[in-house]
Design a protein around this ligand. Structure first.
Ligand code: FES
Length: 174
């Protein structure tokens, strides 16, 4: 996912700071970097599910590490978004098992239905579609992740239904 220059308001609320402090309490005071991954998740969740460069810099400041140490993690893992994404991000697994069971076709079908290309977000800001590596649910292929949940044994009909449920606000993300 490419880096975005979109503006993002940085807001480390007392509640967010408390969650960060709780995570940091699991590690020695001089090893704050150990909490980087969970802290990034918390900060991303609290900022519309993406991490701008200034926000990554803020995380570096909080953890007392260099910004590059945050960038190299954020750019490595697909679960960290470097640009604004839709309310509903369909993350299609496209590794071997899912691929063999038609994941590429389903992702293409979804993109066509939403009028976007892979990696793009619909103009109304509702949907983003991306392909990701194995999500560890190979026995349920083809599958996708949306928020904290997996949707498994996908078919075009299930995709249709999922899109409609998202539009109706009936899909929980957490
Ligand atoms: S190959 Fe798709 S979940 Fe593992």
């Amino acid at each position: 996912m490419e880096i975005s220059n979109a503006k993002q308001e940085i807001n480390i609320t007392p509640e967010l700071q408390a969650r960060i402090d709780e995570l940091l309490s699991h590690y020695p005071a001089d090893k704050k970097k150990s909490a980087l991954l969970p802290v990034l998740h918390e900060v991303q969740d609290a900022h519309d599910n993406w991490l701008s460069v200034p926000l990554q810099d803020k995380v570096a400041e909080i953890l007392e590490i260099k910004p590059i140490e945050v960038y190299e993690v954020v750019t490595f893992y697909t679960m960290y978004n470097q640009r604004p994404i839709g309310n509903y991000m369909f993350e299609f697994c496209r590794t071997s098992c899912c691929c063999l069971r038609g994941a590429e076709d389903l992702m293409e079908y979804t993109c066509e239905k939403l009028g976007i290309k892979e990696g793009e977000t619909t103009p109304d800001g509702k949907f983003t579609v991306v392909g990701v590596e194995c999500l560890g649910a190979c026995g349920y292929a083809p599958m996708l992740q949306i928020g904290d949940y997996y949707k498994e044994h996908l078919t075009k009909e299930k995709i249709d239904q999922l899109i409609e449920e998202c539009k109706a606000g009936q899909v929980n993300l957490h």
